[in-house]
Design a protein around this ligand. Structure first.
Ligand code: WT7
Length: 640
């Protein structure tokens, strides 16, 4: 709260940046707010359109906004084909390194060929425009190729993070009605081999819509024999073998669905966030250009997984539209040792590096010696995303990794926003450790009270629609309205974060104000865990909360009461943990499970999660007289 340090960009950086001064930012920002249609129309002209739009923003069906209505375009075309005429044709698009150390480079021309072949392969299986294709793949080039191949033919991709369990695959495939799923025989993680196809086989057992499973072969058959189901399963390499190397890019309507990405909310059921073509395209293009200041000579590395929105927008779509060279690394940061990331930066001369606070905190904990052994002088810009970054981690990043010369862009956004809404511009904004600072073009944030008054500390809201915003929740338009557009009479978008505006009008994100917890940048709804706990036959009631965690940012604590005659012991803890691993994935395991005879409740029976949070954080509890039975508090406190 009293962080006063400020770090302006160096003169050298600003002079070469796309946007060079605060005056330039302010004047563009004013234009973008006063006449958004003019602004968004001008910037869209950088991209390729089969047909231009009739209107830039159509808001008559608020909150169901349309952008670039009447236009026809294709996002894969803008990521790849657009660069084939001219100097970028033979430029590296993707430099990939596998965890075991293999290297692969795809130029823009190579990428085009591989995408076309796979797109033709998908078509040969009967995949058409509008069909959903699920992708359950680790960070291999085939994932990037599959995503872009879907976009090319107008199929809707639904990437499922490859750490999710079989049951999560099932939920997502059933909700989206996917026709095809793409996976790999087995992935590498921290030197271990994980049989992915087996997980998918289990997950799609009861998914009637799945017609084909495409399997990328990573391991020799001897090491990873796979059972291929006759008529359903097909090898990726067999599918692409004889396909033509050209596949026309489908002319998509501006509001045609581009992808679905499932994310957690405040209920037990993840929601399929819908992003559409043209607005998302323009927004990821422009934010990448200005926030990462991308230049042809950059080697850009975003360490996120493509299974999350960061990987969609800022590994694939935004940077490729800017003809960037991506470095993509498959594996863990601590394999074979803690210096793998620094080794990669040095080896490939990475210049723009975008990672998460949880990773930065882990690096700090491992100690500086891993960093000191490496030459990181190629770096010129650093970024962070996913959760609030604590000032110590920010300072370490700034001094140790950025050698005090690289600007840090702390980018705030969400799966739903499609792209970054708040961030410094690297050549412009004096940064403050832990602060996401100022809005991007076209974004009008306000910090409001519950009643809708502007306040210094309160709830973050966004006043105007922007092109990259979600268009809905798959199959549930009502939930879309209720979740994001019901607070403050539907006048503002409600992201679910708390925020504070300081004396420079910089915005500081204070964390979620709803029951969503951010564990190592993975978003988990506490309601999802509660409903899993309650599924166990011994459990009577459960409440799950987020607590501060040194490395992960937040961790989960599960509070459980058992039914009459049932035993609360370590066996039950184990059983509950294995349920979570089975239903979501290991990344959602709680730090702690606490048993008690009851949970703190109001007299009307509402569980007081605030008190549980205060107990877990060791805070003073204040007045407990509203509780039906204050004695449970002591019983729980003893266990911390
Ligand atoms: C939530 C969205 C955006 C891609 C990764 C996460 C938190 C995100 C920041 C930041 C403070 C942040 C918010 C947000 N968050 N970036 N720079 N500073 N908090 O996407 O899974 O949709 O989660 O992550 O709480 O609402 P997501």
């Amino acid at each position: 709260m009293d962080e006063n340090r400020s770090f302006p960009p160096t003169k050298e950086f600003s002079e070469k940046a796309h946007i060079k001064s605060m005056e330039a930012y302010k004047s563009m920002y004013q234009q973008s707010i006063q006449d958004p249609e003019k602004f968004w129309s001008e910037v869209a002209n950088d991209l390729h359109w089969f047909k231009k739009w009739d209107t830039v923003l159509e808001d008559s069906k608020k909150p169901f906004f349309s952008w670039y209505k009447g236009a026809k375009t294709n996002l894969c075309y803008n990521c790849v084909d657009r660069h084939l005429e001219g100097p970028n044709k033979n430029k590296a698009a993707v430099i990939w390194e596998g965890e075991p150390g293999e290297e692969k480079v795809l130029t823009y021309q190579d990428l085009h060929r591989e995408i076309c072949k796979f797109a033709n392969g998908l078509k040969s299986l009967g995949v058409k425009k509008g069909d959903r294709v699920a992708l359950y793949l680790p960070m291999v080039p085939e994932l990037i190729i599959s995503v872009l191949a879907c976009a090319r033919i107008g199929a809707v991709h639904s990437v499922i993070f490859a750490g999710f369990s079989a049951e999560s695959i099932k939920d997502r495939v059933q909700d989206s009605g996917a026709k095809v799923i793409v996976t790999e025989d087995a992935s590498y993680r921290r030197g271990k081999v994980l049989a992915l196809k087996e997980i998918v086989d289990l997950g799609i057992q009861d998914c009637k819509t799945i017609e084909k499973q495409i399997v990328v072969k990573r391991h020799p058959h001897k090491e990873m024999p796979c059972t291929m189901q006759e008529g359903r399963d097909i090898w990726y390499h067999d599918l692409v073998l004889d396909q033509a190397i050209d596949c026309p890019a489908e002319e998509m309507d501006a509001e045609d669905m581009l992808f679905l990405l499932y994310t957690s909310g405040t209920t037990g059921k993840p929601k399929g966030i819908i992003h559409t073509t043209a607005g998302y395209m323009v927004y990821t293009y422009l934010t990448s250009k200005y926030i990462f200041d991308l230049k042809p000579e950059d080697v850009y590395w975003c360490t996120a997984d493509i299974g999350w929105i960061t990987g969609h927008s800022y590994i694939i779509y935004g940077p490729l539209q800017n003809a960037a060279t991506l470095m993509v690394y498959e594996g863990a940061p601590n394999f074979p040792d803690n210096s793998r990331f620094w080794n990669l930066i040095e080896k490939y001369k990475v210049s723009v590096f975008y990672t998460a606070p949880t990773a930065i905190r882990a690096f700090m904990k491992w100690g500086d010696s891993w960093v000191d052994k490496h030459d990181l002088s190629s770096l010129r810009l650093l970024g962070t995303v996913g959760e609030p970054i604590n000032p110590e981690a920010w300072m370490w990043y700034h001094t140790k990794i950025g050698a005090e010369k690289c600007p840090i862009v702390d980018t705030w956004w969400q799966t739903e926003t499609g792209g970054i809404l708040l961030s410094p511009l690297p050549g412009v904004t004096p940064t403050k450790p832990g602060c996401a600072t100022l809005p991007f073009f076209g974004i009008e944030p306000a910090v409001l009270s519950e009643e809708g008054d502007e306040v210094r500390a309160g709830i973050l809201s966004i006043k105007q629609p922007w092109p990259g915003m979600l268009r809905g929740i798959y199959g549930d338009p009502e939930r879309f309205k209720e979740t994001y557009w019901c607070k403050w009479n539907g006048e503002y978008y409600f992201p679910g974060d708390g925020a504070r505006k300081d004396e420079d009008d910089y915005i500081w994100i204070l964390g979620r104000v709803d029951d969503v917890v951010n564990v190592s940048g993975h978003r988990i709804g506490t309601a999802e865990l509660e409903s899993i706990n309650i599924e166990h036959s011994s459990v009577a009631e459960s409440a799950v909360i987020g607590v501060p965690h040194e490395i992960k940012g937040q961790g989960l604590v599960s509070f459980v009461t058992v039914k009459e005659g049932k035993i609360a012991d370590d066996e039950l803890k184990k059983a509950l943990n294995s349920l979570v691993a089975q239903k979501i994935g290991k990344f959602a395991l709680p730090e702690k499970i606490i048993f008690s005879s009851d949970l703190p409740k109001t007299r009307s029976g509402k569980i007081m999660r605030r008190i549980l949070r205060d107990i877990a954080e060791g805070k003073a509890l204040g007045n407990l007289s509203t509780l039906a039975d204050p004695s449970v508090v002591e019983e729980i406190q003893k266990q911390f």
